[in-house]
Design a protein around this ligand. Structure first.
Ligand code: ADP
Length: 396
């Protein structure tokens, strides 16, 4: 019950392939977020699960049943969308029970289901309210209650929190997790917000250009992204990327050297690779916080500082002539700047020369051309005589 499977599902519109041979297996009771940038095919994927859009190719299975050509009402799914379409002239009770009344459920059963749903989304005592007497968050809960009363095997939610203000959105994330625990049903949830996906999901399905890039638990996507797209999309601010080359001693570019045995990561001298490092894995050389396995020092000049309260983002220029780009997309492509996150009490100032090191165990390597991940974390000892690091310690 409650499994959702897509087998080689493709959706073509005239000149666009919105979804491209998608294979997805969502387990019973799982909370899976489909996440990716606008236009990547999330909603189209969801619509094909719901039965609102028919695939051009491939098959959709729900609870083990082939439903590819079935209408939405016969699929055992309930949907909650971004635009909460409540009937304005009906109170909460009538809005929530509308579908059941249409299907001629008996009154006792309707009352029982509405009561349970109102209890789950905490709308008890509000059943006679009209939609215009409620807040955005309350209206969204009515929409969810309306889905709950149908006892679906699968909930489909397409950006249901997008129209709520930031504070309410964070609150509703917690509510949805509670709802998931209580209902114990499968939830498939579409969002473009990677933070939302990270906090709520059992697994995240990262989609780009209609293609599934990775489906894994949030921390696996964060720590072991399968390619450059996932590495850059998951995490905010984004991972730093620097392009370079594999030499006998490891990774090299004009400004950064990280020593390791190329064979230990399956690389060959001359390979073009992109090194990825998250801002929290870059350290000032004199404040490595007990870091066991730092890389060689990297010379830098601080540019802009962004105090965030619980941390400070420090934009580092590796080349004094460069200008910093605060644009995340542009930053990813540049090799002469690094973003570092430091403790809020660090006394770093702008335009200061400093040396930084990277945590070797958090260095990612990607094939520059294909974008595929080669290695997450350098765990082998660097060749002898190389890469002594700030504290002269080497890897195990
Ligand atoms: P997302 O939900 O990730 O923002 P969508 O699934 O809505 O993306 O859209 C994926 C791609 O398919 C986009 O390029 C979009 O323009 C295109 N698309 C979606 N629906 C239609 C349609 N009905 N007709 C033509 N193109 C469409």
């Amino acid at each position: 019950m409650g499994e959702v499977t897509l087998e080689d599902v493709t959706k073509r519109y005239e000149d666009v392939t919105a979804v491209d041979e998608m294979n997805l297996e969502i387990r019973d009771g799982e909370f899976v977020c489909l996440v990716g940038p606008s236009g990547c095919g999330k909603s189209t994927t969801m619509e094909m699960i719901a039965g609102l859009t028919m695939p051009s190719d491939g098959e959709v299975f729900i609870s083990g049943r082939r439903v590819t050509n079935l209408p939405p009402k016969d699929r055992g799914v309930a949907m909650v969308f971004q635009n909460i379409a409540l009937f304005p002239h009906m109170d909460v009770y009538d809005n929530v029970s509308f579908g059941l009344r249409l299907r001629k459920y008996d009154q006792e059963e309707i009352d029982r289901r509405v009561e349970r749903a109102a209890d789950i989304v905490q709308l008890e005592g509000m059943l006679d309210r009209m939609p215009d007497e409620m807040s955005g968050g309350q209206r969204q809960r009515v929409a969810i209650a309306r889905a709950i009363v149908r006892n679906p095997e699968v909930f489909l939610m397409d950006e249901p929190l997008a129209n709520l203000d930031a504070k309410l959105r964070v609150h509703m994330r917690t509510e949805l997790q509670r709802l998931h625990k209580e209902l114990d049903t499968t939830i498939v949830y579409v969002t473009h917000d990677q933070a939302e996906a990270m906090t709520m999901s059992d697994r995240i399905a990262v989609i780009d250009s209609g293609q599934l890039q990775q489906i894994d638990p949030p921390l696996v996507c964060y720590n072991e992204p399968s390619n450059l797209f996932v590495a850059g999309f998951i995490g905010s601010p984004a991972m730093n990327f620097v392009d370079g080359e594999i030499t006998e001693n490891g990774f090299r570019n004009e400004r950064i050297e990280v020593d390791f045995d190329p064979a230990s990561v399956g690389a060959t001298v001359g390979d073009e690779v992109t090194l990825g490092i998250r801002p929290e894995d870059v350290y000032p050389v004199d404040d490595t916080n007990g870091l066991g396995t730092p890389t060689k020092e990297i010379e830098a000049v601080t540019d802009v500082l962004e105090p965030m309260g619980d941390e400070i983002f420090v934009y580092l220029l590796l080349n004094e002539d460069a200008t910093v780009s605060l644009d995340e997309d542009a930053r990813g492509a540049m090799s002469d700047q690094l973003l570092m996150s430091v403790d809020p009490d660090s006394d770093i100032s702008e335009d200061e020369s400093m040396s930084v090191v990277l945590d070797r165990s958090k260095v990612h390597l990607f094939d520059t051309e294909t974008g595929e991940a080669i290695q997450h974390g350098l765990t082998t000892a660097p060749p002898s005589g190389a890469d002594s690091g700030a504290s002269a310690e080497s890897d195990d």
